[in-house]
Structures are given as structure tokens and as C-alpha cells.
Ligand binder design. Structure first.
Ligand SMILES: [Zn+2]
Length: 312
């Protein structure tokens, strides 16, 4: 099968020395470069270095991981006619993205860190995850919707929902790959840690909810969106959430997210609260947002100090 697979030369230029470093402290390429450099003609020298690099590319099999992952995807990726593999400057920018189709041709751009490409096992895991995500998008049964319905909660909450969709989807992808033996079993702990960070409101039910995604069948895309928008409701923890909800005595909002360590709040934080809410007592509690607000207010040197003193 002929693959229309292109690599950004700059990415390869960065990845080759890293791969060599991993292998033999970069010596073989340096020796070849040293042999190429004495040539006085800079154009010829450049050609020689590039020639050495491409020979090492083949020796290091840097391009094989992407090729292998695409071939493993088989029919599920047959809708893609062109693959472009390019570099990413940070972890956050890594990933695969399907650009608008060129007619009936679909083009996928995969952004990867040079260090990931330089590490064969890591690169294979990375491409397998990214390509299974693309296979999901291409599968009509997944009912992928590229755009979120506009959230009435503003850009910050929309961003939060998108981050949660990513982590839920990734957990599902990683779980399926672990079951197929294409990712190491230890991946589970890393996936759970990410899930925990992005979905803190699930608290003691985190593990159970995680298992439903990681070990369960792939949900529809709309289910990921629902889980990301209102995790407690969509995971069926609504009753617990309703029972735990009450009004924060400071901001007045109904919430289940109360500050757990009210009695351990530092004196200065409590003092800052008393200044604004003289009737407040620790046993009334307060929501986590208010607690964080007063933590930051109390750390400011001018809080509670008369203006004349602070401007002196
Ligand atoms: Zn509050």
C-alpha cells in the first residue's frame, strides 16, 4: 500500500541528533559531519550533511512509527489521502488535526515533539493514540460534531468543557489501545491522573467513572460533550450532587464544591472574611471559590489596612 506521507524536514533535522544521542551519544553522525565539513564549497558541504542525515534517518527508522500506525489503522483511516507530520514546540500543541477536505481528499496534520519522534516506543504510542482519534472522527457511527453548541457560560467555561472532552476522549482511546495490547498497561495510571485533574468534582466516585470510560465501549461524541459539560449529572451522580448542594453564605451561589478545610484556614484569611462578613462563623462553611478569593486577598499587604497607612 502506497502512503502519501510527508515529514517536515525541520522536524527530522531536530529529531535525528536526539535519536542518535539516545543511541550512541551522537558520535556516528558527528563523524560523518566532520568528514563532510572539510569540503570548502558550502553548498556541497550542506548536501553532504543532508545526505548523512537521510542515511541516518533510514538507519534509525524514525519514519517507521507513523507509517506503522497508519497501516494498523487500515480501513478506518482509508478516508485520509494525505498525511503531513510536522514539529510542535510544546506538549500542548501536539496532536492530529483533520483539515478541511481538498475536494473528496482529506488531509491530516500531525504535530509531534522532536524528542517524541526520536524515541521509537514513545513515537509509536503517540501516533497510535492520535490516529485512533482520527479514526473515531471518520467513523459515521461516532456522530462527531466539530463545533460545540455555544455555551452561555462564556469563553472560560467553554475552554474548560473542551479540555474535559479531550481528556475523556483520550481516556477512551487509551483504554481501547491498552485492551488491544498497543499501549502498555501502565498507561492506565497516567490516564487516571489526567482524568482526576480535569474532573475534580467527581471526588470519591472518580475511579468508578474513569473505569466506565477507560474500560468501557466507545461512547458517542455527544456523550463526551454531555459528560464534559455537566460531569456529575451525565455520570448519573446528580442525586448526590443535589443533596450536597447548598448556598455559600458568602457569595450566595448554590454549590456542592465547599472548602474542605475551613477550620484550618489561616488567621489572616478568616480575618479578611470577618471584615466583609462580620456574622460569618467557620461552621457555616464557604465555597472553594470564595475561600481561594480570601486566601489571595489576605496575602496582599494592604488588605484591611486603612488607605492612609498603605499610601504612606
Ligand atoms: Zn462562595
Amino acid at each position: 500500500m502506497k502512503l502519501n506521507l510527508e515529514f517536515d524536514p525541520l522536524l527530522l533535522e531536530q529529531a535525528v541528533p536526539l535519536a542518535l544521542n539516545r543511541m550512541v551519544q551522537n558520535r556516528p553522525l558527528q563523524q560523518e559531519r566532520a568528514r563532510a565539513n572539510p569540503v570548502r564549497d558550502p553548498k556541497r558541504s550542506d548536501r553532504s550533511i543532508r545526505g548523512a542525515q537521510s542515511r541516518w534517518l533510514a538507519k534509525l527508522s524514525l519514519l517507521d512509527c507513523a507509517r506503522r500506525a497508519i497501516l494498523e489503522g487500515g480501513k478506518s483511516l482509508s478516508g485520509v489521502s494525505r498525511w503531513l507530520i510536522t514539529g510542535a514546540s510544546s506538549e500542548r500543541l501536539c496532536g492530529a488535526e483533520m483539515t478541511a477536505a481538498e475536494g473528496t481528499r482529506r488531509v491530516v496534520i500531525v504535530r509531534v515533539l522532536p524528542a517524541t519522534l526520536a524515541d521509537g516506543a514513545l513515537a509509536l504510542s503517540f501516533f497510535r493514540c492520535e490516529l485512533l482519534t482520527i479514526a473515531d472522527i471518520l467513523d459515521p457511527a461516532f456522530e462527531y460534531q466539530p463545533r460545540l453548541t455555544a455555551s452561555s457560560l462564556g469563553p472560560l467555561e467553554t475552554r474548560r468543557i473542551q479540555d474535559r472532552i479531550s481528556v475523556l476522549w483520550r481516556c477512551s482511546v487509551q483504554g481501547r489501545l491498552v485492551r488491544e495490547g498497543k499501549l502498555p498497561a501502565e498507561q492506565r495510571n497516567q490516564s487516571l491522573a489526567q482524568f482526576r485533574i480535569l474532573l475534580p468534582s467527581l471526588e470519591d466516585r472518580t475511579q468508578e467513572c474513569f473505569e466506565r470510560i477507560f474500560a468501557g465501549p466507545r461512547p458517542l461524541h455527544s456523550v463526551f460533550v454531555a459528560l464534559a459539560t455537566e460531569p456529575e449529572v451525565a455520570f448519573g451522580l446528580q442525586r448526590r450532587s443535589m443533596l450536597r448542594r447548598r448556598r455559600c453564605p458568602l457569595c450566595g451561589f448554590h454549590t456542592a464544591d465547599f472548602e474542605p478545610g475551613v477550620r484550618d484556614l489561616p488567621y489572616l484569611v478568616c480575618r479578611a472574611i470577618y471584615l466583609d462578613f462580620p456574622g460569618w462563623k467557620a461552621e457555616m462553611g464557604l465555597c472553594r471559590l470564595c475561600a481561594n478569593l480570601y486566601r489571595s486577598l489576605s496575602s496582599r499587604p494592604t488588605h484591611g489596612v486603612p488607605c492612609s497607612a498603605s499610601s504612606a
